[in-house]
Write a protein that binds this ligand. Sequence first.
Ligand SMILES: Cc1cc2nc3c(=O)[nH]c(=O)nc-3n(C[C@H](O)[C@H](O)[C@H](O)COP(=O)(O)OP(=O)(O)OC[C@H]3O[C@@H](n4cnc5c(N)ncnc54)[C@H](O)[C@@H]3O)c2cc1C
Length: 444
Amino acid sequence: MDSAKTIVIGGGWAGLATMIELSRQRQTAHLLESAKQLGGRARRVPFDKDSLDNGQHLLIGAYKQTLALLKTIGLDSDTVLQRHTLDWQVFSPVHPRVQVHGYSAPAPFHLLAGLFTARGLSWHDKYRAIVLGHKLWKENSIAHQDISVSDWLLLHQQTETLSRAFWEPLCLATLNTPIQEASAKCFVRVLTDAFLESASASNYLIPRQDLSGTFVDPAMTFIEKNAGRISLAHRVEKILLENDRVIAVQCQDNVIEADNIVISTPPNQAASLLSGIPQLSELKRQLSAFSYHPICTVYLRYPEHTRLPTATPIIGMSDTLSQWVFDRRVCQQAGVIAVVVSSSGPHMGMDNEQLTATVASELAHCFPDWPNHISAKVIREKRATFACHVGIDSIRPQTETAITGLFLAGDYVDTGYPATLEGAVQSGLTAATAILKSNITRAL
Ligand SMILES: Cc1cc2nc3c(=O)[nH]c(=O)nc-3n(C[C@H](O)[C@H](O)[C@H](O)COP(=O)(O)OP(=O)(O)OC[C@H]3O[C@@H](n4cnc5c(N)ncnc54)[C@H](O)[C@@H]3O)c2cc1C
């Protein structure tokens, strides 16, 4: 029988954050990951002779805990991430381009100035956006009961152009949930953190390498250097208890003892791990109530000289299937363009060839001087994120459970954030802190 103080189940960004913090604090910890690689939903995948990500990711300046974690493992965030001032550009085949550029001024004036000088918005659009921004700035939260983002936009008299070119793409990008269904409470949290706290919070941070090179591999090195153990291809099948406290996990071939266990898997897999624990049947019911939305990323390889004609390597698209377009020149992949299609929609009924053809023709329409693409890869993550619907808070669990030594981490835990890297990291750090606290309590 092996032995370890804390077992972390799942090596996504949440599990890695827990392990980093525990190994930094010299706690004995062992990470068990069912896949052959770490990173979970934010990891490298091979493409031709190159590597891509299982989905194009964007971080923003408001990701304080993620940036602090990079520092903890010895990375300089400006070296691993390329920072760009907010530059919101939405192209459409049928409407004028909308552009809002963030200025270098204290928040919220960076955005106020951006709205005044925005292109593609009427004065009425700008006025309505500024009134709403002012309200958010003064109140700093949504006071009433949760409603859908679309109802919230109606309540605040947002125009059709603002919804189409700003609110809807922003809601899909951050909550991966259609505005008719999305939680206004969670959306407002993202808006206040990203746009009203500081000008740098709204900066785009784009990984300069694939996600494993950016964080996952250095995290693994840090953990192992600090005596943390990592076992890949180790699926945990059961959590073993004695007198309402955890004692071990059961994998396929062995049992590993533990004083603490952090379940750091998505909610559906966490629910199945709780199956044998009748004391947690209510928590299991809660976790089973999560629903999910997909994200598709279509990677197109063009000749190397092909590039987005904008200073920032990201643009939005509206009135198209394509929603966000990234130029992977940033990660030394000149000519590789990543097109993100969030949530459900007609694209889910298309096969990869149809989807690629549609996305490529939309790009060709926007950028008529681009040559034809050379190759393509479509990556569909069917359960990319939990659906961040109205009332989601009521099913998001806390870190601690009713079983001594059993903790939860993962982007779905109640951080107030939607399913993001920052939410995952926050949840992982909170779990590590809870373990440190409980270890001290037990020692007394
Ligand atoms: C395509 C796509 C695009 C995204 N874009 C962005 C973005 O631009 N910005 C952003 O901030 N966020 C984005 N996200 C969301 C972000 O990737 C996730 O919120 C985050 O990665 C979740 O991390 P996690 O650790 O909570 O879960 P996961 O990454 O799902 O990690 C859970 C791990 O647990 C393992 N596991 C499961 N069951 C077991 C078991 N029984 N035993 C052992 N191991 C197990 C899994 O293999 C997995 O590695 C995107 C997600 C996707 C899929």
